[in-house]
Design a protein around this ligand. Structure first.
Ligand code: HXC
Ligand code: NAP
Length: 292
């Protein structure tokens, strides 16, 4: 019998099966800062794929758009007011999600605070504000939702970093240190919790346009233009193209990826070399006939 005679069900599965059409249907997901910017696009993407998505952040106003869209499109979504710096509140949310669904499959640590300030002028409260949201908040959420995942057969955690966690960037000492800490958290929990069926990964986007970034990072169009020109692809990422990589990292298509950080920055964090791309470089002897 040739392979074409075999009934379709007898064919061995292929890698395409891991890219199934509904890879995230009926997953229970929590996205911190899920009402704005990148977090909103991750939440919309998960909900569109059939997950039940809880968004959690400080401001009720930031929740309305997602909840309205859920109602209009028949998506499953809920929102809770949460400051990720408060461990008791994070624990209460984890218990609420567990009580409602009996599990939590996905946590996205996306919430962040940031602003540009010369390090020598950074006050203790300013340092604490950013470290508290990014580093402490990611720890509290990972611990509380991690406990739920450990108790119910596993899950996935995705942390949102920034490439300056390892490249450095002037003016964002607090955020760079916090994101570097979350990178260490990603790798540590990946090796510690793999035995519980929990994968922990991260993404590191380059700059993309969001209300938060525009308000806190690039104050005007001229700064934004200069930033954009330094990116090899010559443009910012769209939040949807960054969110698409998150969906892949959370799907069975990446089932053996653990402890990894995927950079999504249009090449911005790579070395820019000694000259601009496209510069015509002549051999020295062609430029100067006296040269040997
Ligand atoms: C200097 C500042 C400051 C600024 C606040 N502070 N903004 N210092 N420059 N621009 C100081 C305050 O003066 C105060 O210190 C301390 O920080 C705490 O301020 P609060 O307003 O009380 O803090 P809080 O209410 O907790 O607000 C958190 C916040 C705020 C981080 C300060 O910016 C915020 O809520 N941000 C959320 C949205 C956001 O930042 N999105 C950007 C994500 S983009 P003193 O000593 O005066 O009391 C990103 C990566 C971009 O993260 C990567 C690009 C490549
Ligand atoms: P954003 O829209 O300002 O998102 C930040 C979110 O965090 C908001 O929804 C905010 O909601 C929430 N948040 C802040 N403090 C919180 C707290 N204490 N508790 C709970 N939630 C809190 O900015 P964004 O640009 O989309 O950023 C999303 C992620 O991408 C962040 O991790 C950021 O560091 C990262 N990133 C961004 C860029 C960029 O260029 N934009 C580049 C690299 C990485 P509330 O105000 O309602 O609390």
């Amino acid at each position: 019998m040739t392979s074409t005679d075999a009934p379709p069900s007898a064919h061995p599965s292929t890698a395409a099966d891991l890219l199934a059409p509904h890879p995230l249907r009926d997953r229970v997901a929590v996205v911190t800062g899920g009402g704005t910017g990148l977090g909103l696009e991750i939440s919309r993407g998960l909900a569109a794929l059939g997950s039940h998505v809880w968004i959690a952040s400080r401001s009720v106003e930031h929740h309305r758009g997602f909840l309205d869209e859920c109602a209009a499109r028949g998506w499953k979504g809920q929102a809770r007011v949460l400051d990720v710096r408060e461990p008791a509140s994070v624990g209460a949310l984890a218990r609420e999600v567990e009580a409602q669904h009996g599990r939590c499959d996905i946590l996205v640590n996306n919430a962040a605070g940031n602003f540009v300030c010369p390090s020598e002028r950074l006050s203790e409260r300013a340092w604490r504000a950013v470290l508290g949201i990014v580093l402490d908040g990611s720890f509290y959420c990972s611990r509380e939702f991690g406990r739920v995942m450990i108790g119910h057969g596993g899950g996935q955690i995705l942390n949102v970093l920034a490439t300056y966690a390892w490249t450095g960037m002037p003016g964002v000492l607090h955020s760079a240190c916090a994101k570097a800490g979350v990178l260490a958290m990603t790798r540590t929990l990946a090796v510690e919790w793999a035995r519980h069926g929990i994968r922990v990964n991260a993404i590191a986007p380059g700059p993309f346009d969001s209300d938060g970034a525009r308000a806190n990072l690039w104050p005007d169009a001229e700064h934004e233009r200069r930033l954009r020109e330094r990116i090899p692809l010559q443009r910012f990422a769209g939040t949807r193209e960054v969110a698409a990589q998150c969906l892949w990292l959370l799907s069975p298509g990446s089932s053996y990826v653990n402890g990894e950080c995927v950079t999504i920055d249009g090449g911005a964090s790579l070395g820019q070399g000694m000259w601009d791309a496209g510069t015509a470089i002549r051999r020295r002897r062609d430029a100067d006939p006296e040269q040997p």
